[in-house]
Write a protein that binds this ligand. Sequence first.
Ligand code: FCB
Length: 440
Amino acid sequence: MNFTRADFPEDFLFGVATSAYQIEGQSFGGAGPCHWDSFAATPGNVVRAENGARACDHYHRWEEDLDLVAGAHLDVYRFSTNWSRVMPEGRGTPNAEGLDFYDRLVDGLLARGIKPAATLYHWELPQPLADMGGWRNADMPNWFADFTEVVMRRIGDRVWSAAPINEPWCVSWLSHFLGHHAPGLRDIRATARAMHLLLVSHGRSIQAMRALGMKNLGCVFNMEYSEPADASDAARKAAHLYDGYYNRFFLSGVFRGEYPEEVLEGLGPHLPTGWQDDFDTIRAPLDWCGINYYTRKLMAPDAGPWPAHKEVEGPLPKTAMGWEIYPEGLEFFLRRTHEEYTSGLPIYVTENGLAAPDVVTDGVVEDPHRIAYLDSHLGAVRRAIAAGVPVAGYIAWSLMDNFEWSYGYEKRFGLVHVDFDSLKRTPKASYHALSAALSR
Ligand code: FCB
């Protein structure tokens, strides 16, 4: 790596992230079924119809995994609490084993000198709530606030930071409009309702945590840089709209109490009645903003109904996901978020990383592309800091290879390789490089 801690502000934090369904093993510890189980059981949704039943068996191997976090000299571990593990019915009686697991995990982090950064929802919607319409149901904010309280009454006194929902764009648009993630809908009305009700749920969750006296609360939004495919006005408009419903809708709701005009043009008629009155809740004050960043898209106009645009393949080098590598986009988002939305709040990169077809050869995993990717994106972070953006930390995705949603176990994002037969963990060259850079 081309940096040491000395290249960053003194209290700048480094970390790695994971999420519950992707690593824990849904079949262990009394977790209830979640909508990812049924989505994965439907032919055509997930590569080789794989699911999270066993995943990395982190449920049993968490101590070994936390040792790996500590071994890389990292400051923060970002993990998520599985709703269907804590409350198998989604509501009502909690599963004691589930709460005990997160209690042990948090204590295990603190014992290793690592800051626990909790995300309440990283996509394991309990099946009983999915059966009632999931994020389309206007009762979701109440149920999510109850879930928040159950989890945080147990671990809220010891977590370093907390955020309600990982990537509302993925939970709504990717899952209800494009149908690529559970529940696999392709329905504009479901999408609009989910986008709004997710933000109301976010606000209610923040209020519930404040009521418990918790501090250091934020949000985690994924952002994709949107560029016109050519110099035409129509392409510029297409890119602006993509940026609108992907990036600005959520930022604008939470930090300004409004939605972008061009997004309302398409979604307005489908929002829940009285949506305009929800912004006091949605705007619940935050202490930081998290950005998950991976890539950019080139956008062009297309025939058909709103949003009437399409992606065009770009010319830049791509990762194994087919995503173009574009660190400049991260610098852009760090600056824009600070200048136009969060004005002064600390900003964290809460996810960033790449997939590569990594293999173990004689006990070693060479992943030079990952090292270069992390280096170039940390370069973007340094440029943003030099320009005055209060970037306070960088959290890489991911600690280890895991269940990459609709790509199953095929796409490897880890700093640590996982053999999905033996479940053996092998730190990759990128892990060793990061560890060396941070220990100096
Ligand atoms: C993000 C998700 C994370 C992982 C990475 C590659 O959108 O938050 O779970 O799938 O992408």
